[in-house]
Design a protein around this ligand. Structure first.
Ligand code: SAH
Length: 243
């Protein structure tokens, strides 16, 4: 059984189109991922399949009604954890993604308008997840951010497992710079160490680059990992980054 993903949205095509491509599309075909997109309108009310209504207490905008989402969950019995993407949620990051990737699957409900009726969150949702401190027009893009970040951590989804190991955040550091051919591109050449064939030096250089970049851009991450080890300090000095 692959990793199961159940997505609920009133714009299912956005999600379907995205998940048909690239690694996710391939993982779907190979059975590694089992993604189903449910159109909430299928459970909409009345002839027009209405899914929203005006808010009690007044105010601007509409709210997604509880009925269609409750009915959808009753029928589908979606996999847990059941997430609602929302600016009020827990901040999504690598650790959150890694935890989800270790499970058997996940369900994501995408909000639209002003959001969903609170009873949906209280009764059906295990966790609210935010992808950042800004407000999107709808949950679909946030949902895809979560799907992509989680699925690429699932074994088999990324062909070359090694490519995950040194990535930003996994090591607590930002990733070193990459280069590919040509060696000389418009007068800018690739750092010598990368063509030296000396693997030890290459990995030292990459670590130094990661450390320097993280110190410069994300000192909070350096603090989180408890600074630099003596060996790392030694390397930074060797490469002329500190004295
Ligand atoms: N009135 C709400 C925002 C509604 S935006 C508020 O102020 O909190 C409409 C929908 O977009 C939300 O229900 C949510 O599903 C999605 N969304 C918007 N911003 C998001 C974010 N930063 N992270 C995750 N989902 C978000």
């Amino acid at each position: 059984m692959g990793f199961r993903i159940d997505l609920f949205s009133i714009f299912p095509k956005m999600l379907e189109e995205f998940s048909a491509h690239s690694l996710i599309g391939k993982a779907k075909e190979s059975g590694e991922l089992d993604i189903t997109v449910y159109d909430i309108r299928r459970w909409g009310l009345g002839e027009r399949g209405q899914v929203d209504d005006s808010p009690y207490g007044g105010g601007a905008g509409m709210v997604m009604a509880p009925g269609p989402i409750f009915d959808a969950f009753d029928e589908v019995d979606p996999v847990r954890p059941r997430l609602f993407v929302s600016p009020r949620g827990k901040r999504f990051d690598h650790n959150y993604a890694a935890k989800l990737a270790q499970g058997a699957g996940m369900t994501i409900v995408c909000g639209r308008y002003e959001g969903v009726d609170q009873r949906v969150i209280d009764e059906l949702i295990d966790d609210e997840v935010s992808i950042g401190d800004y407000v999107l027009a709808g949950g679909e893009v946030a949902c895809l951010v979560v799907v992509e970040a989680v699925t690429r951590l699932i074994s088999g989804v990324i062909g070359n497992e090694g490519s995950l190991e040194e990535e930003s955040f996994r090591t607590g550091l930002l990733e070193y710079p990459h280069y590919t051919r040509p060696f000389d591109f418009r007068g800018r050449v690739v750092p010598d160490v990368l063509v030296s064939g000396n693997h030890q030096e290459v990995s030292e250089w990459r670590l130094v680059m990661s450390l320097a970049l993280t110190i410069e851009r994300r000192p909070d991450l350096i603090e989180l990992r408890g600074g630099l080890t003596p060996a790392e300090m030694h390397l930074m000095v060797k490469y002329g980054y500190c004295s």
